[in-house]
Design a protein. Structure first.
Length: 273
């Protein structure tokens, strides 16, 4: 048995996370899937190679929504490597009409029904609706032989559905997009600030941190903060906010729980779930 198998049969790897592009790998040693392709096809292939994943090992692509930072490289990647694309029906319509994605082969499209489990590569997947202004916006929950992961990004507010999916997971990728003070004092025009902080925009550090502190249990292995804003946040502020909220609730992290922000442009390397 190799080192990979000894550590875990199920892995996560972030290739990019933020408004300049989002792309994650979820899967096993020899095959897996991508969640979003918001960076160039060339960059995706480079990240795969650096993490010793063959391009042909990517057997499916799940799309959270049709905003450009989640689909930029989709058309080119699937032209080079025809791969089934799974998304909400509204998102698929958005892809068919989008400037960067309208040339994508519609024969690769597969409709995802929210909150209806389906299987890929032996992984049970459930999509769930999230509050965001992208078409057909979804989060995804994965279960492979009891190893669970929820990816919840681009969310204007944490409703009960989203909370329930995060609660059931031992590995969490959750948005911590902006620091409230930085957003308020920053140079963005007021309508954009309203959109970001609104119910169909993004989660703040404080909103994410309060929820994590509320639902934390020692069985949680990884808490990964995603989609940090380049202009309205820093990794340090996001982490400080989370630790502050944990302290306020007198929550002590188990020594086996890791907490970290996902880098904007760098790979995390393999995270064993």
């Amino acid at each position: 048995m190799d080192l990979f198998s000894c550590l875990s049969p199920f892995v996560f790897c972030s290739f990019a996370s933020g408004s300049s592009g989002n792309c994650y790998y979820v899967g096993k040693q020899d095959e897996g899937l991508l969640v979003d392709v918001g960076i160039s096809a060339k960059q995706v292939k480079e990240h795969l190679s650096r993490n010793d994943i063959r391009t042909e090992s990517v057997k499916a692509i799940l799309i959270t929504h049709d905003h450009i930072d989640h689909v930029l490289g989709l058309e080119k990647f699937t032209k080079d490597c025809p791969t089934p694309i799974y998304a909400h029906s509204d998102c698929l319509l958005g892809l068919a009409e989008g400037k960067a994605t309208k040339g994508t082969d519609h024969g690769l499209f597969h409709e995802v029904e929210p909150m209806q489990p389906f299987g890929l590569l032996g992984i049970t997947i459930e999509a769930f609706p999230v509050m965001h202004d992208g078409r057909g916006a979804l989060g995804y929950c994965f279960d492979f032989e009891g190893h669970t992961l929820t990816i919840a990004t681009d969310i204007g507010m944490l409703d009960n559905v989203v909370k329930d999916y995060i609660r059931r997971s031992d590995n969490i990728v959750i948005e911590a997009n902006y620091d409230t003070e930085m957003l308020e004092k920053g140079r963005y025009p007021f309508p954009l600030k309203q959109r970001i902080a609104g119910p169909f925009g993004h989660l703040s550090n404080e909103e994410s941190a309060r929820f994590i502190a509320e639902i934390y249990r020692p069985e949680i292995k990884h808490i990964m903060l995603c989609h940090l804003s380049e202009n309205n946040n820093t990794p340090e502020l996001a982490m400080q906010c989370l630790y502050h909220q944990l302290s306020r609730r007198h929550v002590r992290l188990d020594t086996n729980t890791s907490v970290f922000p996902l880098p904007r442009h760098r790979s995390t390397g393999m995270v064993y779930l």
